[in-house]
Unconditional design. Structure first.
Length: 172
């Protein structure tokens, strides 16, 4: 199963002519996200069943509350990230995640790109927080990074300390 698909069904009429490539995490990561959500749901059901059987006074609330809080925290942080999709067009990159608002960056606005060992950070203002980040565990991430860099303006700064993609990253 390919992680990169073409999608000509744009979401807005003004972009209906653009070719879009979609990148996402592989099946193993996606299954992990669904599994985490399932474990949280099963844990909530198990604790609800225990409440019915033992009654509210017989519950060890500290242990159950801690377990549920930990599981929900893991699900809230992992699931949206692992189920995110990156849509690359000729002039922008959009990141869509479940349970969170999508983010979009126009290549004309990009001032700096940091390519780390684990993530890629795109800055539209060199001194602030990144406008968009994505994990390098996305399938075909090297291909995505190469295409992203090729579409940036010549003034954009590329910070790639590891150098593993040297010779493959060229600004058009």
């Amino acid at each position: 199963m390919s992680s990169r698909t073409s999608d000509n069904d744009a979401r807005s009429p003004e972009r209906s002519f653009e070719h879009t490539e979609v990148y996402r995490h592989g099946p193993l990561y996606r299954w992990g996200a669904y599994g985490t959500a399932g474990i949280v749901a099963l844990s909530v059901l198990a604790i609800s069943g225990t409440m019915v059987i033992k009654g509210l006074s017989g519950m060890n609330w500290g242990a159950y509350t801690g377990a549920i809080a930990g599981l929900i925290g893991a699900a809230v942080s992992a699931v949206p990230s692992l189920l995110s999709e990156l849509s690359l067009t000729e002039d922008r990159l959009r990141k869509e995640r479940p349970l969170r608002a999508g983010r979009e960056v126009s290549f004309e606005e990009v001032r700096r790109v940091f390519i780390g060992g684990v993530s890629v950070e795109i800055y539209v203002d060199a001194d602030h927080e990144p406008a968009l980040t994505f994990h390098r565990h996305v399938q075909d991430s090297d291909d995505l990074i190469e295409k992203l860099i090729a579409r940036l303006p010549a003034s954009a700064e590329i910070d790639h300390p590891s150098g593993e993609l040297d010779g493959r990253l060229e600004i058009a």
